[in-house]
Structures are given as C-alpha cells and as structure tokens.
Ligand binder design. Structure first.
Ligand SMILES: Nc1nc2c(c(=O)[nH]1)N[C@H]1C(S)=C(S)[C@@H](COP(=O)(O)O)O[C@H]1N2
Ligand SMILES: [Mo]
Length: 248
C-alpha cells in the first residue's frame, strides 16, 4: 500500500518537475546532457524524470572481473526454434532490429550497429534465478534509459513492455526501466552475447530476479497501463503464477 502510494506520488512529481523545467527555461535541470531542438527537450524531460525517480534507488552490487563465474548456467530457451531467428543467427544477426514503439515521440527500428554506436556500459553482477542458482557475469550494453531518451519517451508513459522471439514478454515500471543498471546487453564477459544467453540482445534488470532479464529481444513498447495486455497481469510469467515484481 505505502509503496504503491509513494510510487504514484513520485511519478506525478517526476512529471511536474519536467513541466516546471520546460516552463522555467530548464533552470532546475542545468548540467544534464541534452541535444538541441526537439531532441533536447525530450532528453531534458527524460533526464529530469529519471533523476527524480531514482534519487533513492541504490545500485545492485557490482563485482570486479575476478569474481566472474567460470560457468554461467543457462535455462529455459537456449536456442529459439523460430525460423526467423535461425535465419538471422546464420547471418550474425545483421538483419536484427529492435522495434521501439508506443508512447514515444519517434517510433524506431534499431539495429545492432545502432546500439553499439550508443554509449556503452559494462557491469559485473550477480544473477539470481528463482530456481535456486546464481552466477556472476559481466554484461555490456546500452542503458535502456538512453534508448528511451533518444526516441523521446512521452510523459504519459508509465511502463515499458518488452517482447522476445520465443514468446516471452514482460513489463517494467519506470523505476526499473530507467534504472542506470537496466541495460540492453549485446556483450557478455567481454565477448558477443552467446546464443544460449539471449543473442543478439537481452535485457539486464539487476534489481530483480533472473526471470525479469528477458533474452532474445524483439521489441520495446512504452505504455500508460498494462491492464490491456494478455490477461492484464503485466507479464507472461505472472499469468503462470510468478510475481510481476521480483525485486532483490
Ligand atoms: N526470452 C527469454 N528470456 C528469459 C528466459 C527465457 O526462457 N526466454 N529465461 C529467464 C530465466 S528464468 C532466467 S534465470 C534467465 C536465464 O538467463 P541465462 O540463460 O543467460 O542464464 O533468463 C530469463 N530470461
Ligand atoms: Mo530463472
């Protein structure tokens, strides 16, 4: 109860700060990265909202390279059988595209080359699976917040829905979507992300259990509510009885 109330307050507050920045010539927001024109405006809004939302949000623990596990297990889908996926895999995923749609200013289709050209972040973290195992891995990719800023997340957006080639889908509130450690990872332990671990691009959501870190991404959609998706529980796994929020 308390949590959802304060979350809602934070979200409303985040929008208010963004609006105040617009009206007040952005003096609240000096120092944030932004581009010119319309892009700059949405960069600034996203940045302000992010900083506000995340002001009490701790990072998940990060480790040094020595801590990386020799064996990182892989489970469930380890090589999607979709023929599109297999064709794309045979070409080194040169034709792979991530569709970005919904409540964004500029719906886009992003290639691996596009993602690699964006600022990269590497983090070595502990992955905990609900099935009782854990392992430490190093992940390299682009912050989801960066991608969302680059397409201009609209202020009505409250959740980010992510879909995978094997039919998995999930959603995340803006706390997790804009968290600095939430990345679209194309690299693992210094190499290209292996097929078994979600190639070409997987999500890393470090402050939730492993099942929220979707592999084999195909699309991202910004929405105001998740009620209308599937059975209205916010994810494929929620419909099977798992918790939508799996914070750790
Ligand atoms: N698309 C997709 N994402 C997925 C899964 C999956 O089967 N398909 N399994 C989830 C679970 S339960 C875990 S623990 C991790 C496993 O990631 P790994 O195979 O890299 O260890 O991916 C998660 N993301
Ligand atoms: Mo898992």
């Amino acid at each position: 109860m308390t949590t959802s109330f304060s979350r809602r307050r934070l979200l409303v507050g985040g929008s208010a700060i963004g609006a105040a920045g617009l009206v007040g010539g952005c003096d609240l927001l000096e120092g944030g990265p932004s581009r010119g024109g319309v892009y700059g405006l949405s960069d600034t809004l996203t940045f302000a909202t992010q900083r506000f939302l995340l002001r009490n949000q701790p990072l998940a623990r990060q480790f040094g390279p020595d801590a990386i596990s020799d064996v990182f297990p892989t489970i469930n889908t380890t090589n999607p059988d979709s023929s599109d996926y297999q064709r794309s895999k045979a070409q080194g995923f040169a034709d792979w595209r991530l569709r970005v749609s919904g409540l964004v200013e500029r719906p886009s289709s992003v290639s691996l080359v596009d993602l690699r050209a964006m600022p990269a972040r590497t983090q070595i973290t502990l992955h905990s699976c609900e099935q009782g195992w854990s392992a430490i891995g190093g992940w390299t990719g682009v912050q989801l917040s960066h991608l969302l800023a680059s397409v201009g997340l609209k202020r009505e957006a409250r959740f980010i829905v992510v879909r995978s080639v094997d039919g998995w889908w999930d959603s995340y509130d803006l706390f997790d979507a804009l968290h600095p450690q939430t990345i679209l990872a194309y690299g693992m332990n210094g190499r290209d992300l292996p097929v078994a671990h979600g190639a070409p691009v997987r999500l890393r959501v470090e402050r939730q259990l492993g099942y929220k870190s979707l592999k084999y991404l195909t699309s991202i959609e910004a929405v105001a509510a998740v009620d209308g998706l599937g059975a209205g529980r916010g994810s494929m796994l929620s419909e099977l009885g798992f918790s939508w929020y799996a914070g750790i």
